[in-house]
Design a protein around this ligand. Sequence first.
Ligand SMILES: Cc1cc2nc3c(=O)[nH]c(=O)nc-3n(C[C@H](O)[C@H](O)[C@H](O)COP(=O)(O)OP(=O)(O)OC[C@H]3O[C@@H](n4cnc5c(N)ncnc54)[C@H](O)[C@@H]3O)c2cc1C
Length: 468
Amino acid sequence: MNKKFDIVVIGSGPGGYVSAIRNAQLGYRTAIVEKYDVLGGTCTNVGCIPSKALLDSTEHYFQAKHKFDQHGITYSELQLNFNQLMTRKNEVVNQNNNGLKYLMDKNNIEIIHGFASFLNNETINVISEGNDPIIVSSDKFIIATGSKPTSIPGVKIDKKRIITSTEALNLATVPKSMVIIGGGVIGVEMASIFNRIDVKVTILEYADNLIPTMDSDLGKTLKRIMTKEGINVKLNKKVQSAENKGDYVQVTYANSKGEIHTIDTDYVLVATGRKPYTQGLGLENTVIQTDTSGRIITNAQLQTTEPAIYAIGDVVSGPMLAHKAEEEGVFVAEIINGQKPHMNYDLIPSVVYTWPEVASVGKTEQELIKANIKFKKSKVPISFLGRARAAAEKDGFVKVLSDPKYGELLGVHLIAPRAADLISTAVVGMEYEVTDIDMTNISYPHPSYAEAMKEAFLSVSGKGTISL
Ligand SMILES: Cc1cc2nc3c(=O)[nH]c(=O)nc-3n(C[C@H](O)[C@H](O)[C@H](O)COP(=O)(O)OP(=O)(O)OC[C@H]3O[C@@H](n4cnc5c(N)ncnc54)[C@H](O)[C@@H]3O)c2cc1C
């Protein structure tokens, strides 16, 4: 069978489905090709959505078990129904899958299920089990094939006991223990999920801090909170091997002095990063180039070295985040349409959905020091807030870095309840280049966690009263 479109998007993750919708809105006859039976990619099926569903459920359990009594709530028996926890998570994922199918149909986007492979720069072959191959040609293609987990030397993912976040989000029973290799965003979120349901969790992190790409104050505070909650956080540890011994895994690591230690554990969860996914995509039948990390090389318009083929999301450079992929999906559609869209890579917020949450935008203090950029800073604890006391949520801070002369906001970093929502205020401010003082000239609701943002802006602009 042959099909012809104006635009074909390969991959239905947040990059792909958002791009398909924008292309269709702009009047292009659009198709989306997805190798799995459901739409949504990593984010919807094995990433953002299921992890957040389990983070929310397990936080409720943890709160009930450890924090309810201070509110005067006691109970005779608290039980965890792990099956129900997973069923709810699956239902949430299904609702999102169905929502995406609805959006594709509503926008007259043709969904083609099957594995796409370029035959040349204007045609792909789509193969699905039990069906004849479909030859799809198009004026333009948008590659949004995402990423897959990657490991480190000595650790082979077997998907049985040496697993990734994908398998961890679908475990059938609660393990007794888990070693997580990597204390980055995915590592600390997975550690939170399992620690809260009484799994003995150890994080082995190579760097000297958790979430090491973010402002170092965030990682330090997060380590203190996670340790207090029972997670064994081991920094400066280099994992050398993980061996599946049948009913347990033996992990070997070296400490900073080179001394070797072992841990026996039920599962090892490898959270050492993800790599772009272009396997089987037939790039060799085009002139598309990839870099040494396997990312598809594009120009500033996200156009590959094949002028009619664009690439977005995890498969190209930049942070591997759903909202970055979405922005690029819209950007590329509008570029194809001859518009002049705007995309500010410096202001893509990073968020970690631990509790409290961590969020960040702009430059870290360490980046400013390294680049020899002058800055002033404020760091305000959230414990002073009436809202924090009322909720008994007193861990965290807001840190603002701004230009000493003009007050331009350079970076905002916070660890606080609902930090993921709070960071948007800073993104708006930074995008429209308002100053630290400008940020104090608006009204913040009382009582709210947002008042810590206000106090941090006041403090950095010299008008504050509370600072760490
Ligand atoms: C556990 C976890 C939690 C995460 N949490 C967050 C979060 O809270 N916030 C956030 O911003 N990001 C989060 N991420 C990252 C986020 O999931 C990714 O950045 C995002 O999914 C990237 O979107 P994408 O469209 O580039 O690719 P993907 O979502 O990976 O989608 C790519 C799609 O392409 C399909 N595909 C690949 N090759 C082919 C082919 N040849 N033919 C047909 N189809 C193909 C794949 O099947 C897949 O469906 C998380 C990731 C993980 C693993």
